[in-house]
Unconditional design. Sequence first.
Length: 156
Amino acid sequence: MKPGAASKLMGSPRILKIDDSKMKTRRLDHIDLRVKDFQRAMRFYEKLLPELGFTCDRSDETWGTFYSVGKDKPSEFFGFTEDRQHQPNGTRIAFWTETRDEVDKIARLVRDIGGQNLEGPEVCGGYSPGYYAFFFEDPDGNKLEICCRENPIVAE
């Protein structure tokens, strides 16, 4: 999806009434990605993922697995394994950062480690006010994004 397309799909936010006791601090548990070439993906992701907070490498010979540090709580992880028949599609995985400077720093790293089809970093006003992002693909063509939202989409 190109910048601007999301706002056309999103429309006005609809806030659902839910029981606050069901709210979680984590929204995602893990990413389970397929790649065509495991060793090539490992060289790419072992440099990218620690910069995104996935600093605990628990990879083995068939799975690249990088956990965020969970201290005394379960932690999310990013995993990938080889599937020689994998065909990348339109799915995009977006990682959030706190600042535009972090987006810029990671964009420089992605350029250095072989990211493909690089777009930005740039302000994507069509997404939401203050949305700043860098779009790219990993060496196998999986779509990724690093973004910063300076303004909330849904205010409390």
